[in-house]
Design a protein around this ligand. Structure first.
Ligand code: BGC
Length: 415
């Protein structure tokens, strides 16, 4: 309560000092539509309301944001961009290259963003040395979410290797449970693939295949192994997985129908929203094989070129988003880590603290990689080409060898 009050005052004061007048309204395009996401969004909305900034909501459902990006393109083409847009990685860079984004340099300088935002995020928030987006958080995709009661009932310990992970899922399936809660949507298949590929091939392979787009890595033995592991996972999903939304898959773990879900830590927002406690009713651990590495994505608010009051509101919103108090209040609900390096982890639960520690350690060790599935390893055109192959393989169209060959061809054609 005290924190929220302080936060509101902070926004109001900054809105006045940055612009000379109280800003009034932001229209925000985003894809935060699940229960946990909506709860986090509300933290932002109320924070802005406390500073006198109104909110026009423009939700476009669909994890990974592909659908949101389609709607955005239509809005910009019609000459009517929203004030602020939830955006990931390379998409920010693409829009900045088109000259569509506003310049947040004055605020960034005043608030010293260069010093407090991790460099891995700045690579996406800035274009040509100018700040064009305000980062809200850091998520990572290489997590397993597990139901503690079900683990105990089945006598399952946290798996420490790929083989133990598979054995645990076999135990759950044999006992009549869904071993792996999953939704068959291209972005979810790709989200799983992030950590499966990392586990199968290691960090150098991840870099070569997804960042450098090296054909030898794309079509090599590690890629074949990654697809083989995906086929193993396919054997552990239930019959109704096709098209299921990610949060409904999370609900299966929450309800004890399913043992595990591999998903980014936005899934934690669903557990928290259901009143469950990290490390008690649910567990988080890194996808076996990917320990010591982090595949991250950062939600950022990209600000489009708008004029007058709307531009003032953008500055006020960016200022609110970057405040340390807001970064805590929002991210404990969202399931993510803060987008600043100067935040005390003590307000975060066990999984949040692990996420913050893992991010810092991976950053130091050189094992922090942008998530392919969530737009931080390569541009949207390549990412979509990869999605197509991963999903086609998951649905049985290709065997592992063919899928690896298809990766090479698809990436070549998309460049
Ligand atoms: C975003 C998360 C979001 C998730 C599922 C990711 O791309 O970064 O903020 O919760 O998609 O919608």
């Amino acid at each position: 309560m005290t924190m929220m009050k302080k936060l509101h005052l902070g926004v109001a004061a900054l809105a006045i000092s940055a612009t000379g007048a109280v800003a009034q309204e932001v229209e925000v395009l985003h894809w935060w539509t699940s229960g946990g996401e909506a709860a986090a969004l509300n933290v932002l909305r109320e924070d802005l309301a406390g500073g006198g900034i109104g909110w026009t909501d423009m939700p476009v459902a669909g994890g990974g944001g592909s659908d949101a990006m389609t709607v955005l393109r239509a809005r910009v083409t019609a000459g009517d961009p929203p004030t602020a847009v939830q955006m990931l990685g390379f998409a920010i860079q693409d829009w900045a290259a088109e000259g569509a984004l506003a310049d947040l340099n004055a605020l960034a300088e005043e608030q010293n963003w260069n010093e407090v935002v991790p460099e891995a995020l700045q690579a996406f928030s800035t274009y040509d040395g100018n700040w064009v987006a305000a980062p809200v958080n850091v998520h990572s995709t290489n997590w397993v979410w597990a139901n503690t009661a079900l683990m105990e009932e089945l006598g399952i310990e946290q798996p420490g290797s790929w083989e133990e992970f598979v054995a645990a899922m076999q135990t759950a399936q044999d006992a009549g449970y869904t071993a792996l809660a999953h939704g068959g949507q291209a972005w979810q298949d790709a989200t799983i693939f992030d950590s499966i590929a990392m586990g199968a091939g290691g960090p150098e392979f991840y870099q070569a295949a997804f960042v450098d787009l090296d054909p030898e890595a794309l079509g090599g033995a590690e890629m074949v192994e990654a697809f083989n592991r995906m086929a193993t996972l396919r054997g552990f999903v239930d019959d109704n997985f096709s098209g299921r939304d990610w949060n409904l898959a999370t609900a299966m773990v929450i309800n004890g129908e399913a043992l595990f879900q591999i998903m980014g830590d936005w899934a934690k927002g669903e557990f928290v929203n259901a009143g469950m406690t990290a490390g008690e009713e649910f567990q988080c651990f890194r996808v076996p094989g990917s320990e010591g590495t982090v595949t991250f994505n950062s939600d950022q608010f990209a600000m489009f070129n708008v004029e007058g009051d709307a531009a003032d509101s953008q500055v006020a919103m960016a200022s609110a988003v970057m405040s340390p108090e807001f970064q805590i209040a929002f991210n404990v609900v969202k399931g993510s880590a803060p987008a600043r390096t100067d935040i005390d982890p003590s307000s975060f639960d066990a999984c949040g603290q692990a996420a913050m520690a893992d991010l810092a350690a991976a950053g130091d060790a050189g094992t922090l990689f942008g998530s392919m599935a969530h737009g931080h390893a390569n541009p949207p055109s390549i990412q979509n080409a990869m999605y197509d192959v991963i999903t086609a393989h998951f649905n049985g169209e290709f065997d592992a060898e063919t899928a690896a060959e298809e990766m090479v061809t698809a990436v070549e054609l998309a460049q």
